[in-house]
Design a protein around this ligand. Structure first.
Ligand code: ATP
Ligand code: MG
Ligand code: MG
Length: 349
């Protein structure tokens, strides 16, 4: 079978590799860190930095198509790979989602609603941004933030110098705080021929900035569900996207507001492993391999709960629970805030 290269060897790369193997593909992982979770289940692994162009070239030559599970791959590394092997999804989606300012500008230009935002480069521009947007607000670094890292919340009496100091000089954006009634996400897929299919939107609850649970179905109206899916389709079509994308949305009385997009399989889509015949990982592999999209219709209600750090102590009990599917990432070391696995509980009425 063909070989699919995956940049990044975390749990997402691991679950992509399992899905690829089920369809008869081989996967080749490229990952700078030692002992990545994906290494256990991939056909081949290259351990090298993104600045090692020789290793990147050899990796690209070994693969028929290259995809990624991580959006912060340096541009020069992508140039080296792309000169040899096609990358899916394309570079434009990566470029846009790597930078919150570019991302919000792109989404706004598409006619979608985003939180009010302003560019922040120093203490003075932060002051001007607060004057424009007001408080409460959230200051976020433009690049490299995940799991709520690189963010500072500003209340009305905020010490702006202290908030700016927390960004460590990194170019940032100030976002108005959205008073949402719920957070939902759409896991959307687009094939090489332009078919679009969306999984049922899931409702997300965060704890300490990290996704805690995703529940399907989300408690939203049919109109909101349709709106969410159409909106996601617009984003994918605008980017001529091929693969799976996670679109995070805030539900408000004024409509859906886009928080951010992730050009990859997404933690809030893990419920699909036990709620659909075709899950997000297989859907992504199908799309990047040029296959037709699979049937991702939801056949069960599911609550996905992340197992973070010491939550691993619950595994023996969860292993005995009914209607409960465990997915563990094989990470040797438990650390606070580290995603160790997740559990999908099927809900029956
Ligand atoms: P991820 O791990 O999803 O990539 P991230 O570090 O990129 O997270 P965001 O998604 O921007 O961070 O923010 C994390 C969470 O903080 C959101 O899911 C939401 O709960 C809250 N949040 C972020 N921005 C806003 C906002 N403008 N208004 C209200 N809440 C927000
Ligand atoms: Mg993010
Ligand atoms: Mg997010």
């Amino acid at each position: 079978g063909a070989t699919i290269g995956i940049l990044g060897g975390g749990q997402l790369g691991r679950m992509l590799s399992v899905a690829a193997a089920r369809l008869g593909f081989r996967t080749h992982i490229f990952e700078p860190g030692a002992n990545p979770p994906a290494a256990d289940v991939a056909h081949a692994v290259t351990t090298a930095g993104y600045d090692d162009h020789k290793a990147l070239e050899a990796f690209a030559r070994a693969c028929d198509i290259v995809t990624f599970e991580f959006e912060n791959i340096p541009t020069e590394a992508l140039d080296v790979v792309e000169a040899i092997t096609p990358i899916r999804p394309g570079r434009e989606a990566l470029r846009i989602s790597q930078d919150r300012l570019t991302e919000k500008t792109f989404l706004g230009d598409l006619g979608l609603k985003v939180a009010p935002f302003a560019d922040v480069t120093d203490a003075a521009t932060l002051k001007a941004a607060v004057a424009q947007i007001g408080t409460p607000a959230i200051l976020k670094t433009r690049r490299f933030g995940y799991d709520g890292k690189g963010q500072a919340r500003l209340k009305d009496d905020a010490d702006l110098d202290a908030a700016w100091a927390e960004m460590n000089g990194a170019p940032s954006v100030l976002e108005g705080f959205v008073n949402f009634s719920a957070e939902i996400s759409v896991i959307a897929a687009r094939s090489a021929t332009g078919e679009v299919a969306c999984f049922d939107p899931g409702e997300n609850v965060h704890r300490d900035g990290i996704l805690h649970t995703t529940t399907v179905p989300a408690k939203i109206s049919n109109a909101q569900r349709t709106d969410a899916v159409l909106l996601a389709g617009r984003v994918l079509n605008a980017l001529d996207y091929v693969g799976v994308m996670g679109v995070e949305l805030f539900v408000t009385p004024q409509g859906l507001i886009v928080n951010e997009i992730a050009p990859r399989v997404h933690n809030s889509g893990h419920w699909t492993q036990n709620g659909c015949a075709i899950d997000q990982f297989e859907q992504h592999i199908r799309a990047v391999a040029g296959w037709p999209l699979g049937d991702g219709q939801r056949h069960a209600d599911v609550v996905m709960t992340n197992l973070i750090g010491d939550d691993m102590a619950r595994v023996p009990e969860l292993a005995r629970a009914r209607d409960t599917a465990l997915h563990l990432y094989g990470k040797a070391e438990v650390k606070p805030g580290r995603k160790m696995g997740h559990v999908n509980q099927i809900i029956r009425d």
